[in-house]
Design a protein. Sequence first.
Length: 405
Amino acid sequence: MSKLSYWLWLAAKDELTALVKNQLLECFGSPEHLFAMSRQEFIEKTRLNKKQIDALSDKSLQRADAIQFDCEKLGISILTMEDSAYPEILCSIPDPPIILYAKGKIPDLERKPAVGIVGTRKATPYGMTMAGEFGKQLASAGMTIVSGMALGIDGAAMRGAISAGGKTIAVLAGGINICYPPEHNFLMGDIQLTGAVISENPPSTPHKGFLFPIRNRIISGLSRAVLVVEAPARSGALITAHEALEQGREVFAIPANIDAPNSMGCNHLIRDGEAAIACEPNDILREVGLSPIYGSKKPIKQPEQVHYDDKQTVEEMWNKILKHEEKTEENKSEKQETTQKHAHIPQLQNENQKAIVDIILNGAETPEDILEQIDLPVARVMTELTMMELDGILKRENGIITINF
């Protein structure tokens, strides 16, 4: 039996999160050792719950063999954490995928460090221009552009990088034999020629919604820095930014008008001190230790500025800004009052979220703590945690989950 079979056997245990799989490997050394362990050993030597122990006690290699067969047929490479082609920088995060499926060639991220460029799918012309130009100039300067290949900002950044002859990595949520979104079929082909399309999930895995926030930790994990180009207040790009902060990566954001809905998330990241302002690619290049761009590169063309009516005075403009700030403060006060009046957190969307909050109130601090105490699939719990984080109900710092009261 090949060593790869044991890696695939462990990777296919959906009942275990990536963090748990990594902790098991750290404790017991290898997938082969875990495969050889009995149910009783798992009970005595770990703190796993019954579902997790049941999964590890199943020694069938049928699914592992099927995945290996599909990859060979589809020309998909399988990289374990022991392979030299597996990106070393990804191993520095707490929960790296123990296996990567890849098409193309993953660039050398020591020689060409990566920047993750993320943002909204419903991008404005301003966002598309910024993403394309930053992607192009950063790639020209020697950086690898990493993104999720989504519509909008992701696609624009990757096209910009490819136009400059740069290196790219697309991280998909589902199987890499399924182009998602389908509109990016040609882009996906170009990415494979200039870098790689990768996923932690085996071929033919559907691109289900709950997989996207889980995938985002890989985008930030591969990157030395993450740039948020355009993101509303409720955006998956903000999950990537927060993952990057937890992983110790630098985060940048491109600012926009304070009342621009599509850039509210970027503006808030800057306001809250979570992201540095990116006014030009050199801001990022200096941070990662690469030479700034001088002279030969054209500056990014800024979008047209808003021209106020000649009759509008400076005082009127300031009044408008102050009025906007007052309204923002009023909304904050109302939100705080609502939170104080409704200790049971009325924003909760369903019974699953209520159960998760109860478990956190009783002392749970990590996703693993919650999974031990709730009768829900791993994927459902991770989805609910992500949605509650986006809604501002929960916050995560250094892997610890707390409730925003």
